[in-house]
Design a protein around this ligand. Structure first.
Ligand SMILES: *[C@@H]1O[C@H](CO)[C@@H](O)[C@H](O)[C@H]1NC(C)=O
Length: 228
């Protein structure tokens, strides 16, 4: 190792934490249905905000106890075009990079994945996998015990019973209060969750809303996603 690479080594880091890089010798062995796997298809050397969001997401998943792997299929643009075969197999075009696909537990690489079409932001990825793969990572504003009750809410016949169950937990911090408020409203109005989600999203997208408020709305969106 040269002096230069010795000096550079610690700052470059060994890996992107939480990200498993796949190629055509490992893809089918990892995406085999034994656990949920989310795969990003992108250029081999991705960079920029979307890349940073993905790295932040993968690190959070990696450090959580969620049974979910975050993987990269990095397609090289030149030479051997490594991994272009895998992207092609799932009909993913280079022009559409980055693309994200989620294989649920129980569906291996021979099954169709869930296509991600949301915002390329860390919290949006987290909400997606929690919702679709049913794993728990814990987003800002979310409370595990209340989240478990919220998940049953949509299909429950006895919603007031669930509200009572949630209240009986005796939690009273800001996050818990919001869950209880949402449960009360959703019990009375079946369309509340989708209306409130749309309303908050609109305010987050509004340039005139203050950053601190946007953060609060983001935490609320995280809570609402538990009810989806
Ligand atoms: C697997 O990837 C290698 C390296 O890019 C490539 O040479 C090979 O043709 C690929 N195999 C298949 C079956 O596509």
């Amino acid at each position: 190792m040269s002096i230069v690479s010795l000096l550079l080594a610690p700052t470059l880091g060994y890996v992107d934490r939480g990200i498993l890089k796949l190629d055509n010798t490992t893809f089918d062995k990892i995406v085999d249905g034994s656990r949920a796997v989310i795969v990003r298809f992108d250029k081999e050397y991705a960079y920029g905000d979307e890349h940073d969001a993905w790295k932040d997401f993968a690190k959070k998943v990696g450090e959580s106890s969620a049974s979910l792997l975050s993987c990269d299929v990095g397609v090289s643009e030149y030479g051997d075009k490594d991994n272009a075969d895998i992207a092609e197999r799932f009909s993913i075009k280079t022009d559409d990079f980055p693309q994200y696909r989620l294989w649920l537990k129980g569906s291996g690489s021979d099954k169709s994945p869930v296509v991600y079409s949301g915002e390329k932001k860390s919290d949006a990825f987290l909400r997606f996998v929690q919702e679709k793969a049913g794993v728990w990572i814990g987003l800002p504003g979310q409370v595990k015990e209340l989240d478990a009750i919220a998940k049953k809410f949509g299909t429950a016949a006895d919603k007031t019973g669930l509200v009572a169950e949630a209240k009986a937990l005796g939690m009273s911090d800001e996050a818990a209060k919001y869950y209880l408020k949402v449960m009360d409203k959703a019990a009375a109005d079946g369309g509340f969750i989708s209306k409130e989600t749309a309303r908050l999203q609109k305010m987050i997208d509004d340039g005139s809303v203050k950053p601190a408020k946007k953060e609060q709305f983001g935490r609320r969106l995280n809570v609402l996603s538990s009810f989806a």
